[in-house]
Design a protein around this ligand. Structure first.
Ligand SMILES: [Zn+2]
Ligand SMILES: [Zn+2]
Length: 237
């Protein structure tokens, strides 16, 4: 157990941001010593990796490591669950997304044989989209004024590839973005996503249904797209 806890801290150094909480939760402990004392925490940096880990939680009940062991969806290897029960109850929401993720992974695999640049672009795009960008969302949707807007409005984000930089964060530039009432742009969502006529409302509803479950956060959805990029409708809270 001790080993597990230590490795968890090494991977998530920024989840106990202040001295006070460390003092309370790791009282004069062997864990703190094994990590290298207070000094160890002071020198940690928040990176894309640690940011990604900090949002790693059971999709259904939000349980996090190290309290539970998270399992990945076997199919897309992309979302996490704490138990088979949680996975089963989430399947109706994850189904469509799972199919899209797998399709994208297969596309990357195919491209890597014939068109390495195209494969690189698709991989960068899927990584970039996954980065948490909550600040932008909160401000663009005006959630700080009225959290209810997360349910009625959507953020459209058009991006452009800028492969000159090595930092993932800057590999895509948001060239334009706009906030719209969801019901005004359902047809546009359909076109950009390549959905069948009439699938739009159902898709949007399924995204919100999911976050109406056990989570207490403010739900939102956003649509990212761009020239030569697979459009992606994502939700969260
Ligand atoms: Zn769970
Ligand atoms: Zn999946």
């Amino acid at each position: 157990m001790m080993k597990q806890i230590l490795s968890w801290f090494r991977k998530n150094p920024c989840l106990m941001p202040d001295k006070e909480s460390r003092r309370l939760l790791l009282p004069a402990s062997s864990i703190l010593q094994a990590l290298g004392g207070e000094k160890w925490f002071e020198n940690r940096k928040n990176t894309t990796k640690t940011a990604e880990r900090s949002v790693k939680a059971c999709r259904t009940c939000d349980a996090r490591e190290p309290l539970v062991t998270l399992l990945r969806c076997n199919n897309c290897k992309h979302v996490y669950y704490c138990s088979k029960d949680c996975q089963r109850s989430n399947w109706k929401h994850h189904k469509v997304e799972c199919r899209e993720i797998v399709a994208e992974q297969e596309k990357v695999k195919r491209l890597s044989l014939t068109d390495p640049d195209g494969a690189k672009l698709a991989t960068d795009w899927s990584l970039w989209r996954k980065q948490p960008q909550f600040d932008i969302l909160v401000h663009a949707l005006g959630l700080h004024r009225d959290p209810g807007r997360g349910r009625t409005h959507i953020l459209f984000k058009a991006a452009e590839y800028a492969p000159t930089t090595t930092k993932l964060k800057y590999k895509f530039r948001v060239v334009s973005c706009g906030v719209f009432r969801i019901k005004d742009v359902l047809r546009d969502i359909e076109l950009i996503m390549g959905l069948n006529r009439g699938e739009d409302q159902e898709y949007v509803d399924s995204l919100f249904d999911e976050s109406a479950g056990t989570h207490a956060g403010v739900p939102y959805i956003e649509l990212s797209f761009g020239d030569g990029l697979q459009a992606w409708l994502s939700s969260g809270e």
